[in-house]
Design a protein around this ligand. Sequence first.
Ligand code: BG6
Ligand code: GLC
Ligand code: GLC
Length: 924
Amino acid sequence: MDSIGSLGLQQGEGAPSCPQEGLPCPSNSSEMVQECLQQFKVTGAQLRQIQTSLLGSMEQALRGQVGPAPAVRMLPTYVGSTPHGTEKGDFVVLELGATGASLRVLWVTLTGIEGHKVEPRSQEFVIPQEVMLGPGQQLFDFAARCLSEFLDVLPVDNQGLQLGFSFSFPCHQTGLDKSTLISWTKGFKCSDVEGQDVVQLLRDAIQRQGAYSIDVVAVVNDTVGTMMGCEPGVGPCEVGLVVDTGTNACYMEEARHVAVLDEDRGRVCISIEWGSFSDEGALGPVQTIFDHTLDHESLNPGAQRFEKMIGGLYLGELVRLVLVHLAQRGVLFGGHTSPVLRSQGSILLEHVAEMEDPSAGAARVHAVLQDLGLNPKASDAEWVQCVCMAVCTRAAQLCAAALAAVLSRLQHSREQQALQIAVATGGRVFERHPRFLSVLRETVMLLAPNCDVSFIPSVDGGGRGVAMVTAVAARLAAHRRLLEETLAPFRLTREQLAEVQAQMREAMAKGLQGEASSLRMLPTYVRATPDGSERGDFLALDLGGTNFRVLLVRVTTGGVQISSQIYSIPECVAQGSGQQLFDHIVDCIVDFQQKQGLSGQSLPLGFTFSFPCRQMGLDQGILLNWTKGFNASDCEGQDVVCLLREAIRRRQAVELNVVAIVNDTVGTMMSCGYEDPHCEVGLIVGTGTNVCYMEELRNVASVDGDSGQMCINTEWGAFGDDGSLSMLSTRFDASVDQASINPGKQRFEKMISGMYLGEIVRHILLHLTSLGVLFRGQQTQRLQTRDIFKTKFLSEIESDSLALRQVRAILEDLGLPLTSDDALMVLEVCQAVSQRAAQLCGAGVAAVVEKIRENRGLEELTISVGVDGTLYKLHPHFSSLVAATVRELAPRCVVTFLQSEDGSGKGAALVTAVACRLAQRTRI
Ligand code: BG6
Ligand code: GLC
Ligand code: GLC
């Protein structure tokens, strides 16, 4: 015998029929009545089986597994915490679906002060049957009319009304104000609503009505309203239980256990929708022929089988079916029924409550039965009372088994053997059947002996709780508006991008002509991409990106082999004296030569120097100005090759033959050009950004000659330094620029490249924090630190394979304590910033390829772009956004992007090889 049995719930005691309850029972016919009511008895073992099976069904749904039978649904509700009591404001609450055919509108004022309550005003409207079963639009129009009618008599403004919608049907929620009806339950069956967002349907109806401007900010299940409106007692109330027309419960689950959510911390309120529990093994044995008949005749046969044994909509109907059965058997009412008794729905929950109440006495029962057109004898009243009690006791016990399953779940998920918990209860069954709660409480004690449960009746039928959720939702919606406003200037239209493209074209043309332009359009003296006949061993240097590298490049008939080593350039060297910088470079070369066994050999050297240089030949380049993080003194205006040669001379031991100086864009183009002859553009999106391309020599004013081509280093990073980009520049761009070592310079680069995107994001985050939108408005020291937010974080945060919780982990490593709402907003900030960067870059590439196409007078140009740079390569969406923008803005160019695998060093060696080949040829 199980423990419940031993505690006395077996053998019919659990489902008391009159004799066990000590009620006076009529002596004759008692066997037939007993036999009938016996079916409503549920044993302890059966209750325990329901508890276990329902728990299993809940856990299965949490894991995201769908069983063969439609089980409980476990729907996340977007409510993450129980109220703090600090919420305040005036809210309109519209309740639909909790209480039968009625719709309730409330005006709730939250004071934000604990213990200080303002009584809500409310009005109830009866929904006509034809509206409950008619077109969805008619139902929502009806709701909108009720709202207006209610508000008409209140002294309220028409503006800024915030509404919480209590909609008590199973819904897939995807936000606090977005909820799709899965299926109607309880007596509703309106067409064209299932599968639709009910918030939108309500909004549309309010708009059609046109009388009030109301913002529907939250949608809430009645169980959630019940839980959230509960006055916090000793501890928070973390379960909401409703037994009204239907039945359901919600509770606070650990978010990490909810597979459909991408969360590892905190809790989330789950609406169980236990009404749809339907395990045949557990429910079959407790179902009666009356349950089967009721289900069969209902609007939704086969669905909500558990609810149909508990919910108030069905209790009266079950009683009616039993009474009809007993009357037809001649046991009751002298064998007579009445047309009213025979019609579906004629016994309501209120009737059952009245007849069941022993204190009301037989006279009350008589009166109710007479209203049903019956002519009861004295004994009939007592039997009817027994029937009501049997039906309701079973309902309370089944509800207790379900609640016990929730308590077991809480015990398990919180790893607490002894659980102390408050359950908020709501619904007319609790309000009108005092015995329901006592049977429920008793049964829960037996089924969940380690739980100390206090039952707290809900306030204002859950309306206050709905207002609480609405208050939170309204705050979040206001935050979202501020976020949108902040990010709006980053969202560029096609027209704006086309304008960037056009301005870039103009600046290119002017730069080539030697007119004033922010694009310098520097000739590189590279006139051809490699032809494959180059051979030899070359040294290469690669300075100006993330890494400084020294390379040995062997170009053979079998291809190109590279050995290289990365050396660091400490910030103090990059920003120290020029002499120091070049001495350091030569030291690294010497070290490399020693390690490679090349000491003493004078190999031809190509120097990738990724800064703007005015070249007069391949081996001459005057540094115009430093960019990115470099600022070594006495270099600007000097020939970099000379500076390197002087350092070599100072270091007497080495002999080096510097043949070519090459920008990284050129190195990249050459390196990719070795594989693909169509590669005539080199693009870098890394620490900095820049482009080079093959221009017709006749267009280059500063170099003699009219035939052939020359590679032009556009130095597009400086685009906009003449103020032409000011329309697009945001306050955050201005802050980043002002704090940089070269204010006013490289404005295009500062909107695009890796050195700056993290900083832009950091400035936006600071702003949003100051508005109270992020991090609860708390500024942290870490976030105020320059460069703390690396651009690689954007790539990591935006990676599709990363869950939101990993995003949060990245940010928490930065000392930013955030909620999941914060994490989502940070993600959106990153996306806006990197999207703008990629689109601007795409607009630039579109300008370049269109120019090449027009230069060549082609209808359509097929061209490849060699690309390198950490941002382009590591960011998950950057490359596709660039390509999409180019397709949009340069539709007549078929552009292939080739990622350079070997860095620009290889390209520099190839330029050197071409130069050596040409030099040899000239000598011959
Ligand atoms: C590589 C080069 O091609 O790309 C570097 O070898 C260059 O010198 C770099 O500057 C750009 O990328 P990042 O991200 O290192 O600046
Ligand atoms: C039904 C609904 C559910 C609601 C319950 C109580 O079961 O499907 O959403 O909470 O009734 O009203
Ligand atoms: C900066 C440099 C430029 C270089 C680019 C990419 O913009 O000025 O020469 O190509 O960064 O590294």
